[in-house]
Design a protein around this ligand. Sequence first.
Ligand SMILES: Cc1cc2nc3c(=O)[nH]c(=O)nc-3n(C[C@H](O)[C@H](O)[C@H](O)COP(=O)(O)OP(=O)(O)OC[C@H]3O[C@@H](n4cnc5c(N)ncnc54)[C@H](O)[C@@H]3O)c2cc1C
Length: 355
Amino acid sequence: MSEQTDAQIQETTYDAAIIGAGPIGIEIAIALKKEGLDYIHFDKGQIGETISGYPPQTQFFSSADRIAIAGVPIPIADRSKCTKEEYLAYLRAVVRQFGLTINTYEQVYLVERHEDRTFTLRTVRIDGERTWRVRNVIFAHGDMASFRELDLPGETLPHVSHVLGDPHAYFNRHVFIVGGKNSAVEASLRCWHTGAEVTICYRKGEFDTASVKYWLLPELQGRIERGEIRAIMRAVPVEITPSSVRIRYIDSDRMEEIPADAVLLLTGYRPDYTLLRNLGASFTGEEGRPVFNERTMETSIPGVYIAGTATAGEQRSFRVFIENCHIHADRIAAALTGGQPPEGDTSYGERHQES
Ligand SMILES: Cc1cc2nc3c(=O)[nH]c(=O)nc-3n(C[C@H](O)[C@H](O)[C@H](O)COP(=O)(O)OP(=O)(O)OC[C@H]3O[C@@H](n4cnc5c(N)ncnc54)[C@H](O)[C@@H]3O)c2cc1C
């Protein structure tokens, strides 16, 4: 990736800054580059940082054609669904193909708006801080900044995690998994296949068929019926100890202590809107979604745009994912160049999958 010198940075007012190089941030960069806009692009980690955090060999629920970006097909043998590793390789190839310059491992930590409607961005990376001047800011920073915590005693113990990671870690261990949506169901099966003893605990009476990958639930139900995986329904954890989880049954208030030497709290994610809030942006609804114009993606702050899953707020029923965000890139490119916004569905589609 080519580097700007400090002198160039100080002298330049860029047309736009893109915060986030997930699939949608990359798709926006391609759209702005095609329009000849002079933009800068940051990610606090590597490109596709969120996806690189999925457990190894995770298969996307979306079919490959729906998560392909900028019209570049994903070369996958059976044209169905790709794994995390295949998709990251694809994103790297797309970045190379379009010659994108992305300042990776550089976090935007402050955005300030000036009276002349320009913005200052302050960024930090391993060798220090940098300051940038831009006319527009595009937030494509996703909605998975932190985990939805349960505020339980013992939640910060070292054998407790909010992500599955590599299932190999759970071989020959008793894993207690909290949650009933896709992440928890998938983790239960992957841990079981690795050789773990698995208990899954969910506060509802049934797993949510609308949110779990359709091919996973029949297998989980079969294993529960055969006693291979223990499911505890309508119960919540109340305390985690180094060797057990104490649960309370919702209907009877009865308590039970379940042995566990690893605990996975797979209860969802939260976005971080600190930068947008500091700019004075407005939010709406139970999920705390940023207010934005559906045709241009501009937020309540002129010159500040939002795209990708960052538009979603704290998703509980997943409705915003890669496949219904592609249009954001063309909307923003049109808005920045004074072009006609593309026609297209502005709804978020049906509820869906992960969490
Ligand atoms: C296990 C799992 C499976 C999933 N499967 C699917 C699926 O099949 N299909 C699907 O559509 N979605 C799936 N998702 C959700 C998926 O990850 C998102 O839909 C997708 O990553 C969203 O893309 P995005 O570009 O909007 O945001 P992200 O991919 O989250 O990208 C945001 C980027 O912004 C960067 N960033 C954040 N803050 C800053 C900052 N201050 N400065 C600089 N950079 C910053 C982050 O490092 C990140 O790289 C899954 C999620 C999980 C956990």
